[in-house]
Design a protein around this ligand. Structure first.
Ligand SMILES: [Zn+2]
Length: 146
């Protein structure tokens, strides 16, 4: 049986997200990444290789913030500033870890996040981990409120 689709979005609505979970929502990871960016944002993220994520955003709705090794795009709504997701792209495919706080995604209320610190990883370890653990993602153009 398919799990319930979870819908969320940024504060202003210019960016919409849809997570089709590959398992019950209560079994999806909830993480508190300890990097400087995620700590400042208070981000709580989820990702799952068996789930599918769709991010719909209008033209120029997303700012792609990069820092450090610049391997990841942190997708931020240009209008309202919400941090939506971190995404990597490789060979025409994309994977993301979704910020359930910035998108007000339902289903994670009351959960205690797992605190994770990845700063000892090499670039190769980091890419391999992201491809293995992040959610296959489609970024689609959308007209807000259409
Ligand atoms: Zn917004």
């Amino acid at each position: 049986m398919a799990e319930t689709t979870l819908n969320g979005g940024c504060h202003c609505g210019a960016v919409q997200v849809r997570l089709d979970p590959g398992k019950p929502v209560g079994e999806l990871a909830l993480r508190a990444c300890q990097c400087g960016f995620c700590r400042r944002q208070g981000a709580r993220t989820t990702s799952d290789p068996d789930s599918r994520l769709t991010i719909a955003a209008g033209p120029d709705a997303l700012h792609r913030y990069r820092f450090g090794r610049k391997a990841v795009d942190f997708l931020i709504c240009r209008a309202c500033g919400c941090y939506v997701a971190a995404m990597i792209e490789d060979g025409g495919a994309a994977w993301a870890t979704l910020n359930v706080v910035g998108t007000d995604l339902p289903g994670f209320e009351g959960r205690v996040p797992e605190r994770l610190d990845y700063h000892d990883e090499t670039d190769e370890q980091r890419l391999a981990r992201r491809k293995a653990k992040w959610t296959p993602t489609r970024l689609v153009d959308a007209v807000p409120n259409a």
